[in-house]
Design a protein. Sequence first.
Length: 282
Amino acid sequence: ALPICQTDAQILSRVKRGKYSLEGDRWEPVSDLAKNLLSKCLELDPTKRVTAAGALEHEWFKAAIAEDGEQTRVLHPELAKNLKAFSVANRFKRAALTAVAYNMNEDEQEELRQTFVQLDSNGDGFITLEELKQGLEKDPELVGSVKGLAEVMSQIDGNADGRLEYTEFIAAAMDQRLQRDEDLCWRAFKAFDKDNDGKITASELQQVLQDEDLIHECPGYRKASFYFRKMDSDGDGEVSFDEFMNMMNAQCTPRTPPNLRSKSFAMMSSTDLDAILAAEDE
């Protein structure tokens, strides 16, 4: 163990030498199997260090599964429904949910993290379409939701690399309870509120949407401005937290073409939005 009184430089020096200890009072409750896994992960030589996939095959994980008495966890019954809902939401709603995902703490992520690990069958840190299909097919309650999954996957996969990264999955699989959690949404709101004045301006929105993890959701200033105007319900040039929450809770949109008026703003697809933008330009 590294003494807490050491400086960062001293700690870094010991890390570079591979000097550590798994002995002492604080390590007494930790099993020998867990210590063995940690040692393999802390191997100084990268050619000898265990890979992520190899770590998941370690006896410590197998022992934990055996202790629980079951090989797999049951997936959340609304997982497929949540993924499909995210896939048809408009781009800013998806960007906002991605911001929410980035601001979730470990406890809030736990159930979704376990689902991600379960679906990531090869342990490479990504979920492919095939892994998602296989995971849903194993669950009797979700096997029927596999139909149309390729289209859903293509909409969720923001960077179009054919697989879901961890944050992409967390944002898409989040249920309505988390989406409407005011404390969690406040943290996401503050990510957009760059000057910390409790309001989001159009320039702040555009600035945040330039982030490489969000820009694919709102690629053009024209669309970002459109989303801003729809959130700014009182027209004062700023979006309050209440207005932000209205968007997260799928409030209806004003000035929608007749064939789209039955749809809520948060559930409109990019095609729907393009039709609205075209109508507004007329």
